[in-house]
Design a protein around this ligand. Structure first.
Ligand code: ADP
Ligand code: MG
Length: 285
């Protein structure tokens, strides 16, 4: 499944002031592709991730995942879209302390009923790929920050989402833990076939990603300028694809859209019996 976002912009209204975070952000990704979005703090990385995650609306722009246009959806359809298409990971792991690592990774499965044996098997596979299979029965507080973040990565991938959105997932890791985390995360993401958009304030590992884009300050709205101490020439943020100076945006739109895989409705999973799942399920009944 592909992603096509065109001309996204975001302007926050703050009283009588408007703050334009970025304009003209366009992204085209194919199934399984990875994009690293780099930019300093405040450059709009989280705003972009939140828009692509339908956690907030863009001020302008269009957004398609496959043939699905989530910007036309109401609140409940957006919740279902997030559930069925997206996986999230942030700089904090946000694991639930009362659940084991394995149980934490299965939380997204609760949105469509109860976890299946196949979900447990896949969680174990991902835990192994993220090199924390020995932690599956442990509680989060006994894990290192790196191990917790690895569990959060498994939770983001457990439903094999079309798109994984990662907002600075390595910003709180020890420097030497960053590269092994990124390597294992990218290997696991590939086995899920998910697209990945990851925000980072550092371009250190950009060669590991299919594409890199930088959020840059080039112009700001007049009303926001004074507040942010910027002069007339510093304005709105733009995204540029560094690996391809003329990114896929130049494609003939009609032709490109015909290539997009059609979305098949996902079957609602039916719970299976299994002794291993019983204890976990009982917690939620
Ligand atoms: P980054 O993730 O790159 O650090 P953010 O997306 O968090 O950047 O923020 C980009 C800009 O948008 C910042 O100037 C921030 O103050 C502003 N911003 C973010 N969220 C809001 C909001 N809800 N209301 C007003 N301004 C916001
Ligand atoms: Mg941020």
């Amino acid at each position: 499944m592909s992603l096509i976002a065109r001309n996204l912009s975001k302007t926050y209204k703050e009283g009588v002031n408007n703050q334009t975070v970025f304009t003209g952000v366009s992204i085209v990704l194919d199934k399984g592709e990875t994009l690293l979005v780099v930019g300093p703090a405040g450059s709009g990385k989280s705003t972009l991730i939140n828009i692509l995650g339908c956690l907030e609306s863009p001020t302008t722009g269009t957004y398609l995942i496959g043939e699905t246009d989530p910007l036309t959806f109401g609140r409940s359809k957006i919740s279902r879209f997030r559930r069925d298409y997206l996986g999230f990971i942030f700089s904090e792991a946000y694991l639930l302390p009362q659940l084991t690592v394995l149980e934490n990774t299965l939380i997204p499965c609760l949105a469509t009923g109860l976890p299946l044996k196949a979900d447990v098997a896949f969680a174990k596979e991902l835990l192994e790929q993220m090199k924390i299979d020995n932690c599956q029965g442990l509680y989060p507080e006994t894990l290192s920050r790196d191990q917790q973040q690895r569990a959060a990565a498994v939770r983001a991938m457990i439903k094999r989402p079309s798109l994984i959105l990662a907002d600075e997932p390595v910003s709180r890791l020890d420097a030497r833990a960053v590269e092994p985390f990124v390597d294992d995360f990218l290997a696991a993401q590939k086995s899920c076939g998910s697209m990945l958009i990851m925000a980072s304030d550092s371009p250190d590992f950009k060669e590991k990603f299919d594409r890199t884009a930088r959020l840059e300050k080039t112009r700001w709205t007049i009303s926001g300028r004074r507040k942010y101490g910027l002069d007339e020439n510093d304005s709105v943020l733009n995204i540029r694809n560094e690996s391809e100076p003329a990114p896929a945006l130049g494609l003939d739109e009609d032709e490109y859209i015909q290539d997009i895989e059609m979305t098949q409705p996902k079957p609602e999973p039916q719970p299976e019996e299994g002794a291993e799942l019983d204890a976990f399920r009982r917690r939620f009944q």
